[in-house]
Design a protein around this ligand. Sequence first.
Ligand code: SF4
Length: 356
Amino acid sequence: MKPTLPKSAHPSARSREAGTAPVVDPVAAAGGTAPLLSVRDLVKTFPGRRVLGRPAAPVRAVDGVDFELAAGETLGLVGESGCGKSTTGRMLVRLLEPTAGTVEFDGQDITHLSPRRLRPTRRHLQIIFQDPYASLNPRQTVARIIAEPLLVQGSTAGAARDKAAELLELVGLGAQHLDRHPHQFSGGQAQRIGIARALATGPRLIVADEPVSALDVSVQAQVVNLMERLRHELGLSFLFIAHDLSVVKRVCDRVAVMYLGRIVEIGDKREVYGAPAHPYTRALLSAVPLPDPAAERHRERILLLGDPPSPAAPPSGCSFHPRCPKARDVCRTERPLLDIVGPGARKAACHFPETA
Ligand code: SF4
């Protein structure tokens, strides 16, 4: 069944405030099954830093994010540093409390559940962090690190240790490492331990927050291969947060591009990478090196002007307009809605999207 959100003929029709528009469910549109994760108009605001003793404007780090994720699917979340992608990921696993909006997991609204009521769901919702050393307690053994989430869920110490040994095998290390400490491992091995810990409770969805960007290039591929294997063997879903678009292209089914706290384009990766609709996506992809040297020499690079604006003082209208090579007058005054472009379920927040 095709999505039914009407396409807007005029820019002004695409400029309603985010969160007020009907949201097409790409999962339901594709197959009619309920999504595993539904995120609606998610907002996170941080207090601004005081300047000369005066309170500064609050920082809207995430500014109305909507998306869905199907069981077994991997969605890539990309964008420049500070665009709000890690903050979004942390809200999904409740490491950060949303300022507004909702997070539904498997049909249950978990946005404001107390820690006690969240516990049964928490085991299905885990996170892998960017820096494996910072995320592993240096004073604990590997056995303890991996067993901890199981103990929290009520496992006995013996059962949790047996499971930790099993998980170390699963991630390509061995049970002989159980009594070692994190500093005795390389970065790639430490990230495998972080993955084993995330798998301990049998999760259905893992938020992977820049899981390979702190690793040497030589081991990035090994960890990515491991995550792909685990995804297929265990039927996992991933929200894969990254700034490396080559990695995202390889591991994800769909991709969402964030800019200044909002998703500006989301869709199947073949559509987004093959013919990006939003000027920001086009600029990001134009900077990704091509494997063919001849194609690389002749490609057109789109250089963005300046740095991203501060989320404490976002530009009016389309927040990308100060850097956009296609900006027109309407872009400075009317905020574009994330809306369907083209024949599929892909969406972009632009008054003048490329639709080729
Ligand atoms: Fe924003 Fe550029 Fe699209 Fe205008 S053309 S809405 S400035 S992305």
